[in-house]
Structure formats: C-alpha cells, structure tokens
Design a protein around this ligand. Structure first.
Ligand SMILES: Nc1nc2c(c(=O)[nH]1)N[C@H]1C(S)=C(S)[C@@H](COP(=O)(O)O)O[C@H]1N2
Ligand SMILES: [Mo]
Length: 431
C-alpha cells in the first residue's frame, strides 16, 4: 500500500510531527510515570523512539512501534551506535578479550569488537602529551608529536592481527567450545599511519643499525626487538583504525603494526624506537614468546603467523535446526601473504572440496570463504584448510604435534574440526 495515501485504520494511533520542533504525539498507552520520565529526559525525542534509543541504558527491552511507518524516527546523532537488538560481544577477561568471529560478516572486524591483549591494562594517554622517540644508531635522534607524524604521507592497509597465543589451549586436546573462545584472538582492521621506513629515513640509519627495539608506554612497558630487513618494507606507525583514531585498546594514540608477524610485535601505545645492532633479548623474546620443542630446545623469534582457517558457520555452540541447505562460511589467513585456496571437508578429512573466496583477497588479511552444503541430518565432521601463496598447507593436529610436540603454547595453527551430531549440535573435536 502506498504510504502517502494510506489512512490510519481505526484503533491505530495517529502520530503528528512538526518538522520544526520535533514535537511528536505518540501512543497514549504508556504508564504515566515512565512517560513523564522519558519526556523529561529527552524532550526532543518521541517517546517510542526514545525507548529504542535509551533501552540499553535503562536495561529493558526496546519498545518498538507496531508500525514504524506511522511514528517518525529519532533525529540524527553525532556519534553512532548499533541497533539495540544486536548483542554480539567480545568475550572479555581482564587482560584479553576475544572477537566473536562466528557473528561477523565480510572481513573487517568492527573496531568495538577487535580482540584485545594487554599485559597490564589499557593506559589512558593524552595525545597532546604523547611523544615518539627515535634514537640509537641513527644520524639524528628525533622526538615526534602525533600531529607531526600525521604530516607525513599516509598509508592504509587492511591486515589481520593475531596473538601468537590464539588457540593455544588446543595443543593439549579439544578444549574450547566456540570459534570465539578458541580462535577469537585475531581481528582485521583497515590501519592507517606513516610507513616506518619514512620515519627512519628522516632520522637516518647508521650502518650498524640492523635491529630495532620498540617500546610501549603502558604499565607493562612491552618491548620487542625486530629485524629491520624483515619489517622495514611493510611496518606502519598507525594512528587510525577503520577510519577513526585508534581505539584505546588498540594502542591509542600510536601503535606499531607489522603485517603478518605475531601480535605481540605490534607494540601499542608506542613511545620509543631504538635502532640497535643485535636483538636486545627482552623478557618477551627469552622467557615469553619462544616455542619449546620436544627435544628441550626452544625456537626464538618465530615472528610469522602461519596459514590458518576456521569455519565460523556452523561452528561450536551453534545448532543446525533442520536438514537441508547450509552455506558453510569461514575465515582464512596467512602471515606469509595471500590465501591461495581454502579446502573444506564435511567427512572428517576423507575428501576435500575447494571453497569459494569472497573478494577482496588481500595479503596478510582475513579472507572470507564459503561453500554450499546440504546437511542430510546425519553425523558429520566439518573442517577447513588454508593453502597460502607460498604453497604452505595448514596442518592437521597430528601433523603439527608430530613436529612441534605439546610443550608449546604459541603458534597453534592446526585444522579446526567441528562435529555435527544428529541433533544438529556443533562441537569442537580433534580427528
Ligand atoms: N605496549 C603494549 N603493546 C602490546 C601489548 C601490550 O601488552 N603492551 N600486547 C601485545 C600482544 S601480546 C598482542 S597479541 C597485540 C594485541 O593487539 P590488540 O589488543 O590491538 O588486538 O598487542 C601487542 N602489543
Ligand atoms: Mo599476544
């Protein structure tokens, strides 16, 4: 029915709005007390509309008009928020929070859902007082304000960050329940900043400068040594994420981003870059981020995040309601470059089909894959494996453990298996 010509039927409340002053007459069924409160709190908003807007603050469900075409909506706002009907959230513990991968669409993680990992909390930093010091083996030690860094030519890149501890509990068996719980320490953003190489050219490297120590200004003062020959081409000093300034959790006002490297090298709240001739051997690269092998030796400076993938729909904790069509969906990524191919098995790895890849397929970036499937209502085991542009294929759990043992916590990238039972219930298994 044409909205313009439609007349309110009897029993339907008529609303009148003046475009001049936003005064709105709405439904009269509201209890007087609540109505008075809301009118006082939001004199410019219609009552029904105000309910929807304020619902999250007031802690009650959004009150929805019977017919949204009969009640003018709320006015424009200065900084947006999502629909109160959407409840997807990070799984937060004090020192980390995990991205709800199973709820996401496309490849960008909304900034508010980007995973967090910090060793001593999120610091509060005034950007006007923040400085970046570049010193050590340079011709000119330099001190930059954020505004000065923003004057350099800007570069944006869509890349993932992944904590090397992501999925770490799975070394010792199928521990986690959901995609978020097991794999949620990875997210993708569009990061914007100045190239590290631009800033270092300004300072002028002296011949012995082969490594760089990066330090954060949080209470953990996280520090890592990075080999210049591996990071100079790609590393960014970022001040923005998905078009906005960085979130405090992601390192506001400045973070180092090393595409493809383990998350802990992407020093947040960055305050210092010291050019040196050898790794400094901080605690993060001696006791912490090393990989203990079965023979008792430890691998050090294992920076690269190897190819990995996870089916997010259907995934652990979800339930297929009835047999029939399912679009299998998931994310794949590699710290070595582009995702070349993703293969999906619905029979526990006996046979594999090539999944479709959704554009864009970017290097060192989450890539979305999908595959049509008809679930016949019987037991099934779903798996995905990522093959990257170097030809590397994501290993099975057994293949990974046969080389690395189970002493390690970091860099677990084995194939994820989801079992679907006859009830349609999805759970985490290792096969
Ligand atoms: N200064 C500082 N930088 C840091 C950390 C920290 O605790 N302090 N944590 C690191 C770790 S372990 C990871 S995985 C990433 C997480 O980045 P995110 O919180 O933006 O997802 O930041 C890294 N950078
Ligand atoms: Mo991490």
């Amino acid at each position: 029915m044409d909205k313009k010509t439609r007349k309110p039927t009897s029993g339907e409340q008529k609303s009148t709005a003046s475009t001049n002053d936003f005064r709105i007459t709405t439904r009269t069924k509201e209890p007087p007390t609540r109505r008075a409160f809301l009118t006082g709190a939001t004199s410019l908003l219609g009552t029904a509309a105000a309910h929807v807007l304020l619902a999250p603050f007031l802690g009650h469900a959004a009150d929805v008009p019977d017919d949204p075409t009969r009640v003018p909506g709320v006015p424009a706002t200065e900084y947006g928020r999502r629909s109160p009907f959407e409840r997807s959230k990070r799984l937060a513990k004090p020192q980390r929070s995990r991205t709800p991968l199973q709820d996401l669409h496309g490849i960008i993680t909304p900034s508010a859902l980007h995973f967090e990992r910090h060793h001593n909390g999120v610091p509060m930093i005034d950007p006007a007082r923040h400085r970046l010091l570049v010193h050590g083996l340079v011709e000119r030690p330099l001190l930059f304000t954020i505004d000065e860094l923003k004057r350099f030519p800007a570069t944006s890149r869509i890349v993932f960050v992944e904590c090397s501890g992501n999925s770490g509990k799975e070394w010792k068996g199928p521990k986690g329940k959901t995609a978020q719980e097991i794999h949620g320490l990875t997210s993708t953003s569009e990061w914007t900043g100045v190239r590290l190489s631009t800033v270092l050219a300004e300072a002028g490297l002296t011949p012995g400068a082969t490594w760089m120590l990066a330090e954060g200004s949080d209470a953990a003062a996280m520090t890592r040594s990075l080999p210049l020959d591996r990071v100079l081409d790609e590393a960014l000093l970022c001040y923005a994420q998905n078009g906005d300034p960085l979130r405090p959790e992601q390192g506001y006002p400045l973070r180092l981003l090393v595409p493809g490297f383990e998350g802990n090298t992407c020093i947040k709240w960055l305050r210092r870059l010291k050019l040196v001739s050898a790794p400094v051997m901080t605690r993060e690269e001696t006791s912490k981020y090393t990989d203990l092998m079965p023979d008792g030796t430890a691998r050090q400076f294992t920076f690269d995040m190897e190819a990995k993938s996870v089916i997010t729909v259907p995934s652990g904790g979800q339930r297929l309601k009835k047999p029939g069509y399912v679009e299998i969906r998931g994310l794949a990524w590699s710290g070595r470059g582009r995702v070349e191919k993703v293969e999906v098995s619905v029979d526990g790895g006996n046979s594999w089909r090539t999944a479709g890849l959704q554009a864009p397929v970017l290097p060192k970036c989450h890539t979305r894959f999908y595959l049509d499937w008809w679930w016949d209502g019987r037991d099934a085991i779903l798996q995905s494996r990522c093959i990257d542009e170097t030809g590397y294929r994501q290993p099975t759990h057994q293949e990974l453990v046969s080389i690395r043992g189970t002493n390690s916590y970091y860099h677990y990238n084995a194939i994820q298996s989801w079992k679907i039972d006859e009830e349609g219930q999805v759970s985490n298994v290792q096969v």
